[in-house]
Structures are given as structure tokens and as C-alpha cells.
Design a protein around this ligand. Structure first.
Ligand SMILES: N[C@@H](CCC(=O)N[C@@H](CS)C(=O)NCC(=O)O)C(=O)O
Length: 217
């Protein structure tokens, strides 16, 4: 049985990504929750699974894969029928490029609008960089919709790895009241209707642990 080590569902956007990829495809796995930013004991538990000291980590027998994007690649190889990457090579390259862009970029938006599901909805004054990040993400979604929208409501038609990578942004746009326009709103609606996305959200909202440093934004 695969084991996915995750942090708080309320806060851990990196944990959310591979969890969604697994759950949305009905791939069985055991979930191991370790509260983030609590004490050395919890940190040591994370280190017991991954030398990176970070979540998520996927354990498959004697294979450990850490880092969300590497986990996505591992799952795509292990479960080819799940279609985590598009079958078409050009679309697959596109999906990998936008996933990498999410993984390595949008720092201003990520720093200024950390995922926090239970945060009361409230706009904050965003920096120019964060506003540019939000616009770029919406352009990515609109471009995918224009190219692949006939195949389904997700970025490349059916739900895949790129969607899992962008899913936490849907929460950020909502809780920080960032305006979403046109096709990007259709994408937000499709993601919000996905049962796996709803399950993560409900379980995150049910958590009572509070990480103080993420609460004053
Ligand atoms: N690049 C990593 C980032 C992982 C990461 O930063 N995880 C955070 C939680 S969302 C973490 O484990 N923080 C705990 C710590 O640093 O002690 C990925 O894509 O998986």
C-alpha cells in the first residue's frame, strides 16, 4: 500500500497536490498526517520518512519520493492508466511546463497569500508582483481552456497532474478575494465541483490546529 506523508490540510498546499492526484484517480493509499511547525518530535517524524524534512513524501515499499512534482512523475509512471499527463506529446510538454512554472514560481503570490482554508475571506493589498502572478495564472488557465476546453473542464480536458499543481491557487483566489475573470472562473468552478477537492477542503476546514505564523495575513 502506498503511503503519503502530508501536513495540515488547512495549510499545506504542497501536500494537497499529490493527495488530489491520488484521490481523484481512486488510487488506494494510506495517509500519514504529521502536524507542521509544532515541535521537534513532529519534525523528527517527518525526517523519519524523508531526509528533506518536508512534506509531502510518498513511500512505496523501499522507494521514497519527496517533493510534490517528483511524486507526480512517479505516480504518472506507476499508474499510466490514470492519465496524469496528457497522451499527446505537445500537450504533455505544455502540462509539464505549467506544472514546473507553478512549482518554481509565483513566489510573491505564494508568500503574500499562503493557503489557509479557514481564513475569513478578505482582500489584502497585493504587491505588483503578486498581482502579476495572479494575472499570469489566469492567462495560463484561459490558454489551456482555449486549446483543450473541448476535451473537458480541466486544463487538459480530464483532471491531471497540472490540475493538482494548480488546485491550491483556487483556494488562494477565494480566501484573498482575488478577482477571477472569464474562462479562469470556469476553471475555478470545475475544480470546486471535483469531489476530491471538496473532500480535502472539508477535512482541512475540520482541522482545529492553528499555525500562528500563517494567521496574520
Ligand atoms: N518543494 C517542496 C516543498 C515542500 C514544502 O515546503 N513543504 C512544507 C509544507 S507545505 C513543509 O514540509 N514544511 C515543514 C518544515 O519546513 O518544517 C515540494 O514541492 O514538495
Amino acid at each position: 500500500m502506498l503511503k503519503l506523508i502530508i501536513g495540515n490540510k488547512n495549510y499545506s498546499s504542497w501536500s494537497m497536490r499529490p493527495w488530489l492526484a491520488l484521490r481523484a484517480n481512486d488510487i488506494p493509499f494510506e495517509e500519514v498526517f504529521i502536524p507542521l511547525y509544532t515541535n521537534q518530535t513532529d519534525k523528527d517524524r517527518i525526517l523519519g520518512f524523508s531526509d528533506s524534512g518536508k512534506v509531502p513524501a510518498l513511500i512505496d515499499g523501499d522507494v521514497t519520493v519527496w517533493d510534490s512534482l517528483a511524486i507526480m512523475e512517479y505516480l504518472a509512471e506507476k499508474f499510466p492508466d490514470a492519465g496524469l499527463w496528457p497522451a499527446d506529446r505537445a500537450a504533455r510538454a505544455h502540462a509539464r511546463a505549467i506544472s514546473a512554472e507553478m512549482h518554481s514560481g509565483f513566489m510573491a503570490l505564494r508568500n503574500e497569500c499562503g493557503m489557509n482554508l479557514h481564513r475569513p475571506i478578505r482582500a489584502v493589498a497585493l504587491s505588483d508582483d503578486a498581482r502579476a502572478n495572479a494575472a499570469r495564472i489566469q492567462d495560463i488557465w484561459a490558454d489551456c481552456h482555449a486549446r483543450y476546453g473541448k476535451q473537458g473542464p480541466f486544463l487538459f480536458g480530464a483532471f491531471g497532474a497540472a490540475d493538482a499543481m494548480y488546485a491550491p491557487v483556487v483556494h488562494r483566489f477565494r480566501t484573498y478575494a482575488i478577482p477571477v475573470k472569464g474562462e479562469a472562473q470556469q476553471y475555478v468552478d470545475a475544480m470546486s465541483a471535483l469531489p476530491a477537492f471538496q473532500q480535502w477542503t472539508q477535512e482541512g476546514l475540520a482541522e482545529t490546529l492553528v499555525i500562528d505564523r500563517f494567521e496574520h495575513v
